[in-house]
Design a protein around this ligand. Structure first.
Ligand code: PHE
Length: 341
């Protein structure tokens, strides 16, 4: 029996040392030390031993049991460490490698200028109004003192959506003047940026769709001086403090008096060059005192209130702001162009 115990000790120790996985090790533990294990089976035969032999074998059996238990514990620890090391090695992360920078987009030049304009006007106490691009002819024309027969109403110039010419793609943001005055009591200070549509062929300065920004002020005692002062400050904010403006008489059906506003050519300083086509000035917007007929049509008492309005083409402001030569670049979405902003 002593011999058997030694055999178990040797083969078990060797087997334990050979294990490569915790599962194998556990199987060995059950096989040798478990209730139905080899060592346990052997000890059950101790009843057949002589009284002299029994303590000797008993002691040896305990030694073998302890040796196996020890070896299993040591091997178990070794395997756990090896498993951990293997995992660490496979999951190593070099935190010193430079990160991948996600490419961020940026604002379109149109948005840059629009946001600048909004900032300036919001700072002056204006609010932003929005309205439909599909507009009623009554708002786009009639309520703006633009009667039937006016050339702007021509089918050649305007995208009508119905045979009876009652619905159209707005040709200007000016209908927003009426929409705001019909819904709001003075004092009114709003700007209304948005898309407008006209039957134009695409070229370096024209597009059938473009953007305008409308402005409207209605209050007590508003005069042409307010119009000039405000627009002069806005254009200086947009183009720099040395910007020179000129207010030139003009005609719009819905303002009286009306004017066009020019900015002195940045390229030649007013002498006349290729950029300003020899004029020395570049036209940037239309404006005027809101026509009494328009005010009264919106139920505003012209004995008490007066107002001024302007409308500017945003693309044109953008071209001037960044010295861009061709309008089409704004819509083409060529990344080589857009990346420059
Ligand atoms: N709506 C006019 C245009 O498109 C511009 C304008 C707006 C003029 C407001 C006067 C007042 O040309």
């Amino acid at each position: 029996m002593k011999q058997q115990l030694e055999t178990i000790r040797q083969s078990a120790l060797a087997a334990i040392e050979r294990t490569a996985q915790l599962k194998e090790l556990d199987d060995l533990r059950v096989r040798y030390l478990g209730k139905k294990g080899e060592l346990t089976a052997l000890l059950k035969q101790m009843g057949g031993l002589s009284p002299e032999e029994r303590p000797v074998i008993g002691q040896l059996a305990n030694e073998v049991r302890e040796a196996l238990a020890n070896a299993i514990a040591v091997q178990s620890k070794r395997l756990e460490e090896a498993a951990l090391n293997a995992r660490l090695a496979s999951e190593t992360l070099d935190v010193t490698i430079p990160g991948k920078k996600p490419q961020l987009g940026h604002k379109h030049p149109m948005s840059i200028v629009l946001d600048e304009l909004k900032d300036v006007f919001l700072g002056m106490g204006f609010q932003i109004a929005e309205g439909p691009e599909i507009e009623m002819a009554s708002y786009n024309f009639t309520k703006l003192n633009t009667e039937e027969g006016h050339p702007a109403r021509d089918w050649q110039d305007t995208f009508y959506l119905r045979e009876d010419s009652s619905l159209l793609l707005r040709t200007q943001t000016s209908p927003m003047q009426v929409r705001v005055m019909e819904n709001q009591k003075p004092p009114i200070r709003i700007i209304a940026p948005g898309r407008v549509y006209r039957k134009d062929e695409v070229d370096a300065t024209h597009s059938p769709m473009f953007h305008q920004i409308e402005g409207l002020v209605v209050d007590k005692g508003i005069t042409m001086a307010d119009l000039k002062g405000t627009l002069d400050s806005v254009l200086k904010a947009l183009y720099g403090p040395n910007t020179v403006t000129r207010f030139r008489p003009h005609h719009f059906p819905f303002t009286e008096p009306s004017c066009e506003v020019d900015v002195q050519c940045h390229a030649c300083g007013g002498v006349g060059c290729r950029v300003c086509k020899g004029e020395g000035w570049i036209e940037v917007l239309g404006a005027g005192m809101v026509h009494p007929k328009v005010l009264e049509g919106c139920g505003i008492d012209t004995e008490v209130y007066s107002g001024w309005a302007f409308g500017a083409g945003v693309e044109r402001l953008v071209l001037r702001r960044f010295s861009i030569a061709d309008l089409r670049l704004i819509f083409e979405n060529d990344i080589r162009f857009l990346n420059q902003f």
